[in-house]
Write a protein that binds this ligand. Structure first.
Ligand code: SF4
Length: 334
């Protein structure tokens, strides 16, 4: 098969659980989606929805008590079936990850230049001189001034925004096909946040790397992504191109997330929170995972898990009332 025609990553019926004394705690429950080459895909949802666990599975970084089933096909090779060594080769070279807080992902005892160099040393044949030149080039590419001087700085000598740029330089060092970013701007102020988004867009434009952008913030997702998967309690509950999601959101959870976005015109008004909280991975709900928080829930929602319904070629929603007006649906008594 022509690799260029296939999606870069194809996730099929992926489930991830963790063996605990109380049994298997299920964090991800049979999710499926594709990432096209060069695409920026958003994975959105509150904390505890399974976004980060999904990303860690793609990086082969799940802990030893994890249990993974399904298919995680990257460039036509199934990561779930790879051995340690094969996944290690992929990581940092073909797939890389940028974490939320660079202060914890960077080594505080190593100069930042050495940390970028380490990735080149592991995955390329470049000699020391060529690697130094490449590190300087990378520091420059992520928009930092005076790269030769910065090479010799420790992480604590840089601002939060600069550290995140260094983390991105490490991630792109080997020109990966896929960059996973997990809440990369959450720890940064709004101005720096915008600059980091610009940088990710520029990298995507210039290198053609695909990006998975994990966030709880739908506004940022709208800014940078072309398509979105909304995750809730380990399920993907809605999937669509970004403009469709914002013009015709279907799932009550997505609609709730949108109502919770602060807007200029809503200044001074109370934001609408989604009542309740995300179920824990140990909870075993027999029905729709969103039922306890859903203002449209009816009897069937408590007993049965809804299927993923296709609303159009590329828009799906996991709700019994997908595509229907929910205005006349009576709420179940709690
Ligand atoms: Fe709400 Fe029922 Fe739809 Fe779940 S299936 S989102 S509980 S209406």
């Amino acid at each position: 098969m022509n690799k260029g025609a296939a999606p870069l990553m194809s996730v099929r019926d992926l489930s991830i659980g963790f063996r605990t004394k109380a049994g298997l705690a299920r964090a991800v429950k049979g999710i499926s989606f594709d990432i096209a080459r060069g695409e920026i895909l958003g994975l959105v949802g509150e904390s505890g929805c399974g976004k980060t666990v999904t990303a860690l599975a793609m990086m082969g970084l799940l802990p030893g008590n994890s249990q993974v089933t399904g298919v995680l096909e990257f460039d036509l090779e199934d990561i779930v079936k790879m051995n340690e060594e094969e996944v290690r080769k992929l990581r940092g070279d073909e797939i890389s990850m940028v974490f939320q807080e660079p202060l914890t992902s960077l080594n505080p005892l190593w100069k930042v230049g050495r940390q970028i160099d380490e990735n080149l040393q592991m995955h390329t044949d470049l000699d020391r001189k060529a690697r130094f030149a490449r590190v300087v080039e990378l520091i420059n590419d992520v928009g930092l001034p005076d790269p030769e001087r910065l090479y010799h700085k420790y992480p604590h000598e840089l601002s939060g925004g600069m550290r995140q740029r260094i983390a991105i330089a490490i991630a792109i060092a080997c020109r990966p096909k896929l960059i996973i970013t997990d809440e990369p701007t959450t720890a940064l102020d709004v101005t720096i946040q915008a600059q980091i988004l610009e940088l990710l867009k520029k990298i995507n434009d210039e290198t053609g790397s695909s990006v998975i952008f994990i966030s709880h913030n739908l506004d940022l997702v709208r800014e940078i992504c072309s398509s979105v998967c909304v995750m809730y309690a380990g399920f993907i509950v809605e999937k669509s191109p970004v403009e469709v999601l914002f013009s015709r959101p279907d799932h009550p959870y997505t609609i709730g997330l949108m109502k919770a976005i602060p807007r200029r015109e809503s200044k001074g008004k109370k934001l609408t929170d989604i009542p309740g909280k995300v179920p824990s991975i140990n909870d075993r709900l027999p029905g729709c995972p969103f039922e306890p928080r859903c203002s449209y829930a009816f009897e069937r929602c408590r007993a049965e898990i809804p299927r993923f319904v296709s609303l159009s070629d590329d828009h799906y929603s996991m709700c019994f009332l997908a595509g229907e007006s929910r205005s006349n649906t009576p709420r179940l008594k709690p």
